[in-house]
Design a protein around this ligand. Structure first.
Ligand code: SF4
Ligand code: SF4
Length: 113
């Protein structure tokens, strides 16, 4: 189990990417191995940014900016019912945003978001 630590400092970088969680063992079986999976996804602009073997997850990221992101990195729908639930809970799993104020810890080690 990964535990989230840290805090949001409003950089807006998470609004520039879409994060997807997939089932690790099924996905690796389909593609043969991690290298083949990463090659396949890379051609489509998708990155494998982490994994959680204990819970059988792989984490993907795609650079697709949100239409609700303002130029100053604020959210147009913040504080309204139109803000997606996932945005309110983000991040729920590691991704590769280096500037993010959150990170995840597991059994004494840590995974940067
Ligand atoms: S990337 Fe992290 S620090 Fe930046 S806005 Fe998103 S949650 Fe906040
Ligand atoms: S709805 Fe707002 S918080 Fe969610 S990704 Fe878009 S700009 Fe970011």
């Amino acid at each position: 189990m990964l535990i989230r630590k840290g805090e949001c400092h409003g950089c807006g970088e998470c609004c520039e990417t879409v994060n997807i969680t997939v089932v690790r063992d099924v996905t690796l079986r389909q593609h043969g191995n991690r290298e083949e999976l990463e090659r396949y996804l890379k051609y489509r602009g998708i990155r494998v940014v982490g994994e959680d073997r204990e819970n059988n997850y792989l984490f993907y990221a795609m650079d697709v900016p949100c239409s609700q992101l303002n130029a100053d990195k604020t959210c147009k729908v913040h504080g309204t019912p139109e803000k997606p639930l996932l945005c309110l809970k983000y991040p729920t799993a590691p991704d590769d945003i280096k500037a993010c104020g959150y990170y995840f810890e597991k059994e004494g080690s840590f995974l940067k978001k």
